[in-house]
Design a protein around this ligand. Structure first.
Ligand SMILES: [Zn+2]
Length: 76
């Protein structure tokens, strides 16, 4: 997995739906866009995750299409 350094650009933050790990001290979390329909489990400690929101850099590429697909007709 690669991380692009965007420190030179101003990235707008958006209140983003996420799943986060409720375990104290565990930093496991995922974006809701990447989650399964069922409640996901933490990839670090395998605890069932809880839904919430977090201010995250706005990703303006394929998310809209993915959301549209979710709300539309299932293709497969
Ligand atoms: Zn965890």
């Amino acid at each position: 997995m690669y991380y692009r350094k965007k420190s030179l650009e101003e990235v707008p933050l958006e209140d983003t739906a996420i799943w986060s790990c409720p375990t104290e001290g565990c930093k496991g979390w995922i974006r809701d866009n990447f989650a399964f329909e069922n409640q996901p489990t933490c990839h670090l400690c395998h605890t069932p995750m809880v839904s919430g929101t977090r201010m995250l850099p706005l990703i303006d590429n394929t998310n809209k299409d993915m959301k549209a697909l979710k709300k539309g007709t299932m293709i497969s």
